[in-house]
Write a protein that binds this ligand. Structure first.
Ligand code: GDP
Length: 516
């Protein structure tokens, strides 16, 4: 098998499923990972010392195998997806029976849905007296997860991680889901996969845990992981055993790389050192270009997306919708649902009411989606993250403009792109009447800078109630061009005076960036 070659059906053989455990904090993800690991029927014969390498594989009583990603939570999952890696075949969603569906439960559902990965619900802590697993099912319904006992197709198992109840049933559910997915890979080709974890070990040098996804990795193979390369000097499993070869779905720790790759990086085995150098150099160049692009014009994913659509490389525009009220969110969802053409589809990944949070940015980043903000703003953390990750947030206050804009986007005509640059926040401390000007807001700048002539959004309880222009800006009696963080100033807005103490003012500039 040559590196990169396509596999035909006859080359494919069944492979074990790769499972990620997600759920709210303290619902028992770590406990469940520990408990499942102890069910391994092959552990005793191995005799090695178990070690954390970021993923492990167990053998269940019927002899089949399951791989678990050993970092609970959705951060690792989204970080990998953001790097273009998809390692997980299914998600086990842990929900504590005594706590029910919580914010991170909902996030996990969103992430799994966005990735198109099926869920199995593990209702945990059923050993606790008085818990009501039924309630969890009802709560899940509100998030469009319909479990089998309610007529849906999501498997749900009641378990106790600490009392080790129904772990066998959970493993059966995983096997069943794996059968449905018909997971296959060609073991007879050059290995390819994803870096799960990596570190620089004092004694052993760069160490990376890789999940083999195609082919078989062999000791002595020359591999490129991210932009690092080297000959696999040694290969160990999670039980500390030295291996000569690793088939699809097996996570192994490899030694011998030139440096430490990042989690989510792709790895491939190549024919020789010359080819390894070539691939490594190509990847280094690409990483440099990306960094330069991100540092440069502050380009977000929209610009790249447009270029890909125009080049016919991208077939879908993914959108995350955040709106001030449910009615708007729904209306936008319906409007966007009608868009798209034969070449490009529009897909609403997630639609909800409220501010744009870091988790929205992560979701958009992982799915390469654009965020549509309707009369809402981003939290300052979310805004920073969006800038750092190059996620585009597009602000609207008229529904048809959303449709217009997204339509232009998938038709590849959204050029030039208008990008918003955040300037600062101010808080209204006082409101007074000034002759000839009207109502003036006495403010303190709480972040960044505010500038006369810049765009402003007036926020009341996190909702945009006005969007317009900052027409006057004063310090004491003087007109000034800008006021920095920490200072007080007077502001008034063009054609608008419904201002109140406690309102927040977001100040921004619009810059125009060429499309592709
Ligand atoms: P994580 O934050 O989701 O990884 O949760 P942990 O696995 O750390 O568990 C959080 C707490 O819940 C710990 O004190 C566990 O001992 C406890 N716990 C986890 N699973 C169970 C269970 O099945 N039954 C009971 N009674 N407690 C559990």
């Amino acid at each position: 098998g040559l590196e990169g070659a396509e596999d035909t059906d006859t080359d494919l053989q069944p492979r074990p499923p790769v499972v990620t455990i997600m759920g709210h904090v303290d619902h028992g993800k770590t406990s469940l990972l520990d408990a499942l690991r102890k069910t391994d029927v092959a552990a005793h014969e191995a005799g090695g010392i178990t070690q954390h390498i970021g993923a492990y594989q167990i053998t269940v009583p019927d002899g089949s195998k399951v791989t678990f990603i050993d970092t609970p939570g959705h951060e690792a999952f989204t970080a990998m997806r953001a790097r273009g890696a998809s390692v997980t075949d299914m998600v086990v969603l842990v929900v504590a029976a005594d706590d029910g569906v919580m914010p991170q439960t909902i996030e996990a559902i969103r992430h799994a849905k966005a990735a198109g990965v099926p869920l199995i619900v593990a209702v945990n802590k059923i050993d606790k007296p008085g818990v009501k697993p039924e309630r969890v099912k009802q709560e899940l319904l509100q998030h469009e997860i319909v479990v089998e006992s309610l007529g849906g197709d999501t498997q749900e198992i009641e378990v106790s991680a600490t009392q080790r109840i129904n772990l066998d049933k959970l493993l059966e559910a995983i096997s069943l889901q794996a059968e449905v997915l018909d997971l296959k890979a060609n073991p007879n080709r050059a290995a390819e996969g994803t870096v799960i974890e990596s570190k620089l070990d004092r004694g052993r040098g760069p160490v990376a845990t890789v999940l083999v996804q195609k082919g078989t990795l062999r000791q002595g193979d020359i591999v490129v992981a991210g932009a690092e390369w080297g000959r696999v000097r040694a290969m160990l499993d999670d039980k500390g055993r030295q291996l000569k070869d690793a088939p699809p779905s097996l996570p192994v720790e490899i030694l011998g790389l030139s440096g430490v790759p990042a989690a989510g990086d792709n790895f491939i085995a190549v024919e020789n050192e010359a080819r390894a150098r070539e691939v490594s150099e190509f990847r280094q160049r690409r990483a440099r270009d990306k960094a330069a692009a991100a540092a440069g014009a502050g380009r977000g994913n929209l610009t790249d997306m447009l270029a890909r659509i125009q080049a016919g490389e991208q077939k879908e525009v993914a959108v995350v919708v955040k709106a001030d009220v449910q009615g708007s969110a729904e209306a936008i969802g319906v409007t966007l649902g009608k868009l798209g053409n034969d070449e490009v589809k529009v897909r609403v990944l997630h639609s909800a009411v409220g501010q744009i949070t870091e988790s929205d940015i992560q979701l958009a980043k992982a799915s390469d989606a654009v965020i549509v903000a309707f009369n809402v703003r981003a939290t300052s953390q979310a805004r920073d993250l969006a800038a750092k990750e190059g996620v585009d947030i597009r602000y609207y206050s008229i529904i048809y403009e959303v449709a217009d804009d997204i339509e232009k986007l998938y038709k590849g005509k959204l050029a030039p792109v208008q990008r918003e640059k955040f300037l600062g926040y101010a808080q209204i401390l006082q409101v007074f009447e000034v002759k000839k000007i009207g109502k003036v807001a006495g403010c303190r700048v709480t972040e960044g800078v505010v500038k006369r002539g810049a765009g402003v959004r007036l926020l009341r309880d996190g909702v945009v109630i006005h969007q317009g222009e900052l027409s006057t800006l004063r310090r004491f009696k003087d007109d000034v061009r800008e006021v920095n963080n920490g200072l007080e100033c007077g502001m008034s807005f063009a054609n608008y005076d419904d201002i109140r103490v406690g309102d927040q003012i977001e100040c921004y500039e619009v810059e125009t960036v060429a499309a592709a």
